[in-house]
Every structure is written in C-alpha cells, then in structure tokens.
Design a protein around this ligand. Structure first.
Ligand code: BTN
Length: 243
C-alpha cells in the first residue's frame, strides 16, 4: 500500500484528484494529511478537523469494469469498510446514516466523500475521502451532533494503525464489489443502517414534516421511507432530513 503523508494541505481529495490528472497513480494509493485547511464535505459543506488529532485521508481506487448503475454499492462498500474498522478498534455501538456517515447514537464520528470519475456509463476511478474523528475532544460544532472515538471510549488511538485497518477493510470490500456481491453488500449495509425500521420524524425539501420509517434503498440508491399509510416515498440526498 502506497501512503503519501503530508502535514498541511488544502484537501486530500483535491490533492489526490490532481495527482490522478497529472500522473499514473497506483491503485489504493493513500494520501493522508495531519492538517487540512480546506477540508471538503458532502454537498459543498466544509469538513473541520483539529490538526494531528484525527484521520483525514483519501484513497484512490481504479476500476476495470464498474457500471455506473451499481454506484450505490460503492457507497455501501466504503461505509461498511469504515464501519467494520471502527467496530473492530473500539467495539462501540455504531451505525451508518444514509448515505455514508458513521454515527454513534445520534452523533457523527465520520464523514465520507466519494468523488467518481465517470466515462461512458462506467466509473473509471474514485477518490474516497474519509474524515474520522479520533483523538479530538474539543469541537466547535454542537457536541450533541458530533463526537470522536476518544470522547466515546476515553482512549487514545494510534492514527497510523487505524488508517491501515480501514484501508485493508476497504480493499476487502472493493474486492466484494468487483466480484459483484451486490446483494451481500446491500444486506449488510441495511442491517446497520441508522433508523432502519424505526419510526421517526422527517422533513422533506419543502419543509413539510412527516412520520415514517426507513424501509430500504431503491435500485437507484434513493432512500425509501414508508409512511403511516404504507406508501413509500423516495428521496435523494438533498431531499430529506431528520426533523
Ligand atoms: C461529509 O460528511 O460531509 C464528508 C466529509 C469528508 C471529509 C474527508 S477528510 C479527507 C477528505 N478530504 C476532504 O477534503 N474531504 C474528505
């Protein structure tokens, strides 16, 4: 595994994406930064992480024949890899919040940003960016929303060792993906999906509140929420939030 360690960078995802356009990059090359000055999150948000305390890294994955229609399975594979590594390292009760945040209770401990390069209906390569809150104990965000492994377990973690476990789990999951074990990936993902089958309040993009429970993920990767009248509504990433 090739690991490129940087101390300060704008964003490991941006750095790795530039590397890919400028040179030939080995599969599973990892770029890890001790500090990011412009960490990027999903939906144009920022990713804040205290320097030296956490993992902020990106992994390059190239595919030979991966059809865009199976994209949702890539998200399952990546989030299950991080889920498995965190579980193994901490034994915490954690879950995956759709599409790919890792939570402990209702608190986010990890965010994932997958950026795909697509050509002719195929994903040619992906840059998988992972921000995991590990040894940070002070947060500027509301503490009821975020947490870290240290806050949850009162232990310090070796960042290099944790990084290696995550990347090795990622290789296993990508292998599963390349072997087209889609049903198995989806089944495992649904088992640990936050609020699956649990009634909760949601808000749609018009601000309308409704009760329902997450019942599954559609063929196209949309979140399915079953309403009280048994109908199922489907949502894309920006279209629904927990109320
Ligand atoms: C999110 O939950 O919004 C996704 C956060 C992803 C953050 C990671 S940190 C390493 C990589 N580089 C970035 O700029 N973002 C990802």
């Amino acid at each position: 595994m090739k690991i490129i360690k940087l101390n300060a960078i704008d964003s490991t995802n941006s750095f790795l994406k530039e590397m890919v356009t400028d040179s030939v990059v080995e599969n599973f090359t990892v770029v890890v930064a001790e500090s990011q000055v412009n960490g990027r999150g999903q939906q144009d948000s920022v990713w804040l992480s205290e320097p030296f305390k956490n993992l902020t890294f990106s992994v390059y994955i190239s595919f030979k024949n991966f059809k865009i229609q199976h994209k949702k399975n890539l998200l399952f594979a990546v989030s299950l890899a991080v889920y498995g590594a965190v579980k193994e390292a901490t034994n915490l009760q954690i879950s995956i919040k759709w599409p790919n945040d890792i939570l402990s209770g209702n608190k986010k401990i990890c965010g994932i940003l997958v950026e795909n390069s697509i050509q002719k209906d195929k994903i040619r390569h992906s840059v998988v960016g992972i921000g995991l809150n590990v040894n940070q104990t002070n947060f500027s965000e509301a503490i009821y929303k975020v947490s870290s492994l240290k806050l949850l377990t009162q232990k310090n973690y070796d960042l290099d060792a944790l990084l290696k476990v995550i990347v090795s789990k990622l290789k296993e999951r990508i292998n599963q993906l390349e072997n087209k074990q889609f049903e198995q990936l989806e089944g495992e993902y649904l088992k640990v999906l936050h609020k699956k089958n649990t009634p909760a309040m949601y808000k749609d993009s018009k601000g309308v509140l409704f009760m329902g429970f997450i019942s599954g993920i559609s063929k196209d990767g949309l979140l399915q929420i079953k309403l009280e009248d048994e109908t199922i509504r489907e949502f894309g990433i920006k279209e629904v939030s927990f109320a």
